[in-house]
Design a binder for this molecule. Sequence first.
Ligand code: ATP
Ligand code: MG
Ligand code: MG
Length: 386
Amino acid sequence: MESVTVGILGGGQLGRMIVEAAHRLNIKTIVLDAPNSPAKQINALDEHVDGSFNNEEDILKLASKVDVLTIEIEHINTDALIKAQEVYPNLKIYPVPETIKLIQDKYIQKLHLIKNEIKVTESVSVENTIESLQEVGETFGYPFLLKARTLAYDGRGNFVVKTKDDLQKGLDFLSNRPLYAEKFAPFTKELAVMVVRSPKDEVFAYPTVETIHENNICHLVYAPAKVPGSVLLKAQNLAKAAVKSFPGAGIFGVEMFLLTNGELLINEIAPRPHNSGHYTIDACATSQFEAHIRAITELPLPRNFTKLSTSETNAIMLNVLGTKEPNGELVACKKALETPGASVYLYGKTTRFERKMGHINIISSSMKESERKLSFILGETQTFEE
Ligand code: ATP
Ligand code: MG
Ligand code: MG
């Protein structure tokens, strides 16, 4: 296919699945991360860079070997990317460093979205003092969320302030991190939409999905979301408008809250493949990973490529998280292997409690059938037959 080489900052499961999609198109990938990271395991090359996506020298080393640079995680050294662009003017970097920078700080991300007239959860910047948080409590009421502006994932940078008495606990929990506060969103559901942006500034939305979190970690994804068609469409339009405001190309994950009055608010945006888009591997003609590769290497993105494979496709994605007992998560994987229409993806990681070890995609012609298969995989029922 194309004689381009793509460099990936980060070699976790998202990098691994980008590598898989690229290889199907004969696109070579070189990965920067620790030795034997998940993406390197399936990509036997001597050229990989062992190091960190925060280290300028390592990033420049990767940049010297590739035509296009991309990321599988937003918590990277953007100044080094800007330097790489100066040193290698022909290098393409997607998403563009400016976009990564805007998104890295969740509060700046919110300000950017507000400036572009996109509805977000109401937020305010705070000082790391009790007085500052008391003011927030008076304006937003309780509960409200205290959030780390940077380096957040899986809710680890979040603290729910339930009452005045929690203010100090919140400061202690997130000590020494830059913070902002967010109004509590009384959502009925959490929705998400993957949006791919082409270098020509076109945006294409994947179906609207419903995400179910447990302990702040994505547990299940229902595709399509079990909401009225008008909400599905509204969420896709909101996600497209949001992604249109960020320059550059590539795939974006847009997380949203659906409120009781039907209003949609954006929670946050990820400038990369996203956990809520893993279902696309089996449920759509083109996966989120292939869409990303196509967008950043300027390959075609034809009509309807983001659609579900058929009008009857109903998918559930189950995250496989490490259990307290080492390898206990493999029980669900074995059940999934016995289930028609289920596919197992394991990431090559060492088992650890609550670590994202893999995921399972379940595809059926009705959501009821997918739910029956899910109950069987989770060990709640003995059979997936009706
Ligand atoms: P991710 O792993 O998705 O990057 P994160 O650490 O950036 O997560 P958020 O997405 O900000 O964290 O929050 C994690 C979860 O906490 C949300 O999916 C939602 O369930 C809940 N949450 C976050 N903000 C709010 C809010 N303002 N009101 C109510 N619930 C919230
Ligand atoms: Mg986040
Ligand atoms: Mg989130």
